[in-house]
Design a protein around this ligand. Sequence first.
Ligand code: NAP
Ligand code: ZN
Ligand code: ZN
Length: 348
Amino acid sequence: MPTKAFAANDATTPLSQTTIDRREPTETDVAIEIEYCGVCHSDLHFVRDEWNMTIYPCVPGHEIIGTVTAVGSKVSKYKVGDTVGVGCLVDSCRTCQSCERGLEQFCTGGNVFTYNGPDKYSGGHTFGGYSERIVADQDFVLKIPSTLDKAAAAPLLCAGITTYSPLRHWKIGPGHKVGIVGLGGLGHMGVKFAKAFGAHVVLFTTSPGKVDDGLKMGADEVVISKDEDAMAQHAGSFDFILDTVSADHDVNAYLALIKLDGTHCLVGAPENPLAVSAFSMLFPRKHLAGSLIGGLPETQEMLDFCGQHNIVCDIEMIDIEDINDAYERMLKSDVKYRFVIDMASIRK
Ligand code: NAP
Ligand code: ZN
Ligand code: ZN
């Protein structure tokens, strides 16, 4: 099926319109007309090949919400007309220990990311949600609670699960002091989830203009991270800090705020390695950890939790033609707090 999409053809030229081919649905596939697609900072890292793994042409987008237009003969979970989502994964081996535990993001038998992954159907690579439609196996399609606004729910498929999963894994709840570093797409969902789980939430931001929004989203305190005195007041006091920063930053400044046996967890993936002083880790005993998106069962759990608690993302809607400008604004931390592409704009 010829499908309009926006692609990067190399690391330096802006994204532009192209036509990709989507397969006809197999017997276990769901065909989806994409209505909204969130813009993740990972899209930008990929488009500019900042992680040295991009295959061009690159059609980004892994925060996809749309309507089912066709289903294969063996599809039982979805029917035409359903509102569904696709996140960062479209397949995995389904038999390794990670897959058996519902941790498909850590599949050791070969998982397939929504874009830039190996596409066994075309022999090429997968293309993401900056496109009119997508075809995916029903097991990698998510149910979207009907109470949620579709556009504002789209970024839950990556920004939502990437912050929900580590907060759940480290069992964050009442009595915990939790820091969220960076109020961008991931960070603003980290604030909302940490608050919903009952923690005392401290937002760290470099942007004084985001303080009021951070408080409204649920932060109990906001610290301007460039203010060394304000940082020092929190020394050795955090159970857990979730670091969503997309660029070079001093992780030692946050490790100094972690208490005995506490954890600093990276989800942000800057292009360059972070420098960590051994003494930042030794005294008192600390953990430096990381987390990657979430598996399919937990992603559905997160969506259902958002449905029950009416949690969505704060979004700024754009047309697909605005995507290159949106990337520039993202690089200036000028995002409130997730760009979402109205895919009707690609059909015009
Ligand atoms: P984003 O919307 O651009 O937000 C990043 C935020 O980091 C900015 O809004 C800014 O917040 C802060 N920041 C930016 N540059 C900074 C700097 N030089 N020093 C300190 N703070 C800075 O990005 P995102 O979509 O949330 O993604 C964040 C990172 O997570 C990216 O690297 C992305 O690739 C990665 N990611 C990882 C996973 C995973 O599974 N682990 C999943 C999705 C994304 P303030 O203005 O508040 O300071
Ligand atoms: Zn993402
Ligand atoms: Zn597997």
